[in-house]
Design a protein around this ligand. Sequence first.
Ligand SMILES: NC(=O)C1=CN([C@@H]2O[C@H](COP(=O)(O)OP(=O)(O)OC[C@H]3O[C@@H](n4cnc5c(N)ncnc54)[C@H](O)[C@@H]3O)[C@@H](O)[C@H]2O)C=CC1
Ligand SMILES: O=C(O)C(=O)Cc1ccc(O)cc1
Length: 364
Amino acid sequence: MTTKITIFGVGLIGGSLALCLKDKPGFTVVGHSPRPNSLKRMLERGVVDVATSSMEEAVQDADFIFLCVPVGNLEEYLQELYRLPLKPGCIITDVGSTKASVAACAQKLARHDVHFIGGHPMAGSERSGVDAATTLLFENAFYVLTPPASVPEEAYFRLEKLLTYTRAQIVRVDPVMHDQIVGAISHLPHIIAVALVNQICDYNANSELYRTLAAGGFRDITRIASSDPIIWRDILLSNRDVLLGQLKDWNREISTFVSLLEERNGEGIEEAFQKANLFRSELPEGRKGAITSLFDIYIDVPDTPGIIGQIATELGEQHINLSNMQIIENREDVQGLLRLSFRNETEMERAKEHLQGIGYKVYF
Ligand SMILES: NC(=O)C1=CN([C@@H]2O[C@H](COP(=O)(O)OP(=O)(O)OC[C@H]3O[C@@H](n4cnc5c(N)ncnc54)[C@H](O)[C@@H]3O)[C@@H](O)[C@H]2O)C=CC1
Ligand SMILES: O=C(O)C(=O)Cc1ccc(O)cc1
């Protein structure tokens, strides 16, 4: 007997889930999109076994249905789904970055023959679309599930078992609590990163030097400001009430710094840094958090045409997943410094070893 898994919205997250589940014994992965181009691309990339624009065909006999569309579209998808004939016992889940609104919607629609369990894989990136999908995305990350009390344990365990293929750690959280916590550690930092980049963008209108000197660390800490505008518009609007409260607290934190500076209060500044230092030192290590870390190495490269392609091919041939690459400084006839970013330490270590082995000088 085959297990049919249907995915609506085969983009970064839907495509990565599809890749984790496809080719597993007894599984058939079906991708849905209303757009012919998306259907063609998901088949070309080989992330699904079957691609269809028919919602009825997609859900017919499905054991699991994943909604991986933007948060703002989850309600309309749920409403449509609940009108269709579904396999008794079918589990519907989503991957949205907020959980309270979708949980409330599913509770209103409730159907006795199917189970809705909200989900949120707490890993991702600033990139989007099926081309950015990867099997490694969820490895070593947390995957939040928010089952309502009405869902039988048997159904919860069935979903939990399926998700072991993502190699993420499942955690069970109340949806309202989820939105409070994820608002603070993911949504608020995205707002702050965008506001900070936009502030510097405005300064840059007076001198291009702002952009030039913002290389390196500034670029790293504001990576999340490059996230998809539609995905993030929906997340912020969905978690609006929580974020309005947290932004008030943020304003208070910033006002404290304004006062400390106005009063030239050096002791207060030291205390603020000490408090932050202590809390940061206690953050868990060795597991992906809500915001993905990048693992970077640097190599000297000659300034010759096609060098980036050569390095990418070298790593590709070793099946090493490169997340990003950038020339830091490259003048004609001078050695350039190439930054290579990886999503995990293992890939970074393999790249380091391989590049050293073929004669590159590697810095880390
Ligand atoms: N980007 C990230 O790192 C993470 C995102 N999420 C959540 O995952 C969901 C999907 O996000 P991503 O995969 O990043 O986005 P994406 O843009 O890569 O994929 C979204 C998919 O939904 C489809 N789609 C877009 N607009 C649609 C619409 N109006 N109606 C129907 N389909 C539409 C797109 O064609 C695409 O296949 C969102 O709910 C997001 O909150 C969860 C964890 C991490
Ligand atoms: O780019 C990053 O590191 C992210 O912050 C990814 C991310 C985006 C949305 C989520 O709900 C969870 C993780």
